[in-house]
Design a protein around this ligand. Structure first.
Ligand code: PLP
Length: 377
């Protein structure tokens, strides 16, 4: 295969097992598989996560949840982001839990329940300080009252109350985390006094799952750690948390050739050879998720050594300068992986490019086939 993202599902199962053990006092694990399983493939990673011990799955959008149901994934699923006008009926009919931020959304869920004859499962979100989705604290009592009334009227069941941290990679000691946890506890009191009895209360992302047991409540909600990457690289890499990176991005040298000293390489000649040398062409570019600003910065593994990308990353390809080393068309190129064979990691790419490891794996393009290691089925 020319290019592939090799996914080790045994690593996903292993990582979820680690998270299940980390979850305090029997809290369950909702494995977050949004964005095509962080680029690892929605359905295969969801199945592996369930095999590893996840009892819930979390996604952003309805169609992600519906794709899981269409693939016969039957565990509870929360989908947390909709916009007005979206048809909630298929999700309600499929028993998908809906994240609800406002009384307007609650009313829409109730109408979908009426239309389908199936009770809408809703999980109310309170904004504890991220200032992104969720009901503002000032609007929270009204939302809880309205939800209690909807439950009494029939058609709606409040299955969960939840919120989300602002600091994933800020470290467990960031004061915002404890402030948000305190606001969440107050919001739970408000919900209880409105008469709500949610099955699950949840707050913790990967970082909090690994480092802040007091935030675990009934369910933890890790995404990144499921795929074996560290959410807190300043505190430790995957190995320090017992995690194994699940994705290896591999390609193949398309051709090699000798060029003289002074050859300008790729668009804009942002790399010029110093002496006669061998160039190797790799058939992967920014359309496949290799950032264009990896030009002359990021490294890959080819023929036993790290090579820095030589010149501008173009849409479908980039070039390596391998000097007088020998490599040939057909040789394997490893862009990133667990690092165990000398290849860079997704964290290395994030550090080189001034971003986070989340972005490196999720941006691998749709044109790159995901393949699943045989031994890991
Ligand atoms: C993406 C996301 C998560 C998972 O976060 P990680 O940092 O990847 O663990 C959890 N909850 C919500 C609401 C999210 O959007």
């Amino acid at each position: 295969m020319r290019t592939e993202a090799r996914i080790d599902l045994s690593a996903v199962r292993h990582n979820v097992g680690v998270l299940v053990e980390r979850a305090s006092d029997g809290a369950g694990v909702m494995a977050v598989v949004k964005a095509d399983g962080y680029g690892h493939g929605l359905v295969p990673t969801a199945r592996a996560a369930v095999q590893g011990g996840a009892t819930w799955l979390g996604v952003a959008f309805l169609e992600e949840a519906l794709a899981l149901r269409a693939a016969q994934v039957q565990v509870p699923i929360l989908a947390w982001l909709t916009t007005p006008g979206e048809d909630l009926r298929p999700a309600v009919a499929d028993g998908v839990d809906l994240g609800v931020y406002s009384t307007a959304e609650l009313a829409t869920a109730q109408s979908a329940a009426l239309a389908t004859g199936v009770t809408a499962r809703v999980q109310l979100k309170v904004d504890t300080g991220l200032s992104r989705g969720g009901a503002a604290v000032a609007a929270w009592p009204d939302l809880c009252e309205a939800a209690a009334k909807a439950e009494a009227d029939g058609g709606v069941k409040v299955t969960g109350v939840w919120s989300h941290f602002a600091f994933a990679d800020g470290g467990p000691d960031h004061p915002t985390n404890s402030r948000q946890t305190a606001v969440f506890r107050e919001a739970l009191v408000v919900a209880a006094s409105a008469g709500l009895q949610p099955e699950v209360r949840h707050l913790a992302n990967s970082a909090a799952t690994l480092t802040a047991p007091e935030t675990h409540f009934d369910l933890v909600r890790p995404g990144l750690a499921v795929y074996g990457l560290s959410p807190v690289p300043q505190l430790g890499g995957p190995a320090e948390f017992g995690l194994r990176p699940a994705m290896t991005l591999a390609s193949t040298v398309a051709m090699t050739k000798r060029v003289p000293a002074g050859a300008g390489v790729s668009y804009l000649h942002r790399y010029v050879t110093e002496s006669e040398t061998t160039l190797a062409l790799v058939p992967l570019g920014y359309a496949d998720g290799i950032p264009r600003n990896a030009t002359n910065i990021a490294q890959v593994l080819l023929a036993g050594a790290r090579r820095t990308i030589a010149g501008t990353v173009s849409m479908d390809q980039f070039v390596l300068d391998i000097g007088d080393d020998s490599a040939a068309a057909g040789d394997e190129v490893l862009l990133f992986g667990p690092g165990t064979s000398g290849e860079p990691t997704a964290q290395d790419w994030a550090d080189w490019l001034g971003t986070i490891n989340y972005e490196i794996v999720t941006r691998v393009g749709a044109r790159v086939p995901r393949t699943y290691l045989k031994a890991s089925r």
